[in-house]
Design a protein around this ligand. Structure first.
Ligand code: PEP
Ligand code: MN
Length: 295
């Protein structure tokens, strides 16, 4: 790694690669995030109904997803928008896991909800708006669950890594970083997808990095292209919004893929994922869940 990067990100030392620790592999049920397999996490923005969630879960599993996403506690910019089903949503997620075997990732918005969400979720998602909520980061870290940390919409890479450092410093090594687009002067799309952040973080950090092309652009037509770009930038996986009927989704319908579009995207990713397997040095998980230096 360049010396200058080491200096620039020195506040987040534990996040940076070392000779001994080149790649963290986060164990989730029978999966390893950050290992050899490219992991797709897919599902609706919000958990709405049993029929919506279960249809989506079965479909994305058949299409190759390994983790089901879905918000039960939703951060909404309007107090009048759908705020999520709360506990009922968590129960539906657990039911979907039971039926499909998919692991569950869902957002926790408040420190007080951490024990409840940790009881149902396999991975706790910390949303963009909460990336710098340090009491939430601490509580989530202490739950012992793997954490999917989304980049704040105005967070620099250094800010992002500092929040990851906060989780590591609170005794939880299982952090997955998620690039989900940032605010820039460009307003044509919901956000600006910072693909260079993925490439850079993969060079300097041992933590797995995934991309969320849905929130990064806000527009379903562009999601597959951004997903392919994420694979070539060396991302370890994807977080993507899928719904049986996106035009009637209760949140984020514009950026959500329907089942056919999800299948099409997954097929289009295959050659890119195959190329990644060739380029990527073979990682072997050890008992300590860490993999040793190769390449
Ligand atoms: C989400 O994943 O549904 C979400 C709210 O994402 P973000 O925190 O990136 O806006
Ligand atoms: Mn969403």
């Amino acid at each position: 790694m360049r010396e200058s990067w080491h200096d620039r990100f020195a506040e987040s030392l534990d996040v940076l690669k070392t000779e001994r620790l080149r790649q963290t592999v986060v164990p989730v049920l029978d999966l390893e995030i950050g290992g050899d397999e490219f992991i797709t996490m897919a599902g609706p923005c919000s958990v709405e109904t049993e029929a919506q969630l279960l249809a989506t879960a079965h479909h994305v599993r058949r299409g190759g997803a390994r983790v089901l996403r879905g918000g039960a506690f939703k951060p909404r910019s309007s107090p009048y928008a759908f705020q999520g089903l709360g506990l009922a949503g968590l129960k539906l997620l657990a039911q979907a896991r039971q039926e499909t075997g998919l692991a569950i990732v869902t957002e926790v918005m408040s420190e007080d909800d951490v024990p409840l969400v940790a009881e149902y979720a396999d991975i706790l998602q910390i949303g963009s708006r909460n990336m710098e909520n340090y009491s939430l980061l601490e509580a989530a870290a202490r739950s012992g669950r793997p954490i999917l940390l989304k980049r704040g919409m105005v967070a620099t890479i250094a800010d992002f890594l500092r929040s990851a450092q906060c989780i590591l410093a609170n005794g939880n090594p299982n952090v997955i970083l998620c690039e989900r687009g940032i605010r820039t002067f460009e307003t044509a799309l919901r956000n600006t997808f910072d693909v260079a952040a993925i490439a850079l973080i993969k060079q300097i950090s041992h933590l797995p990095v995934i991309a969320d092309p849905s929130h990064a652009c806000g527009c379903r037509e562009l999601v597959p292209a951004l997903a392919r770009v994420a694979v070539t930038a060396e991302a370890d996986g994807l977080l993507v919004e899928v719904h049986p009927d996106p035009d009637h989704a209760w949140s984020d319908g514009d950026q959500t893929l329907d089942f056919a579009a999800f299948d099409h995207m997954m097929a289009s990713l295959e050659p890119y994922i195959a190329l990644r397997a060739v380029r990527r040095p073979v990682c072997r998980a050890t008992g300590s869940k860490l993999v040793e230096a190769v390449g």
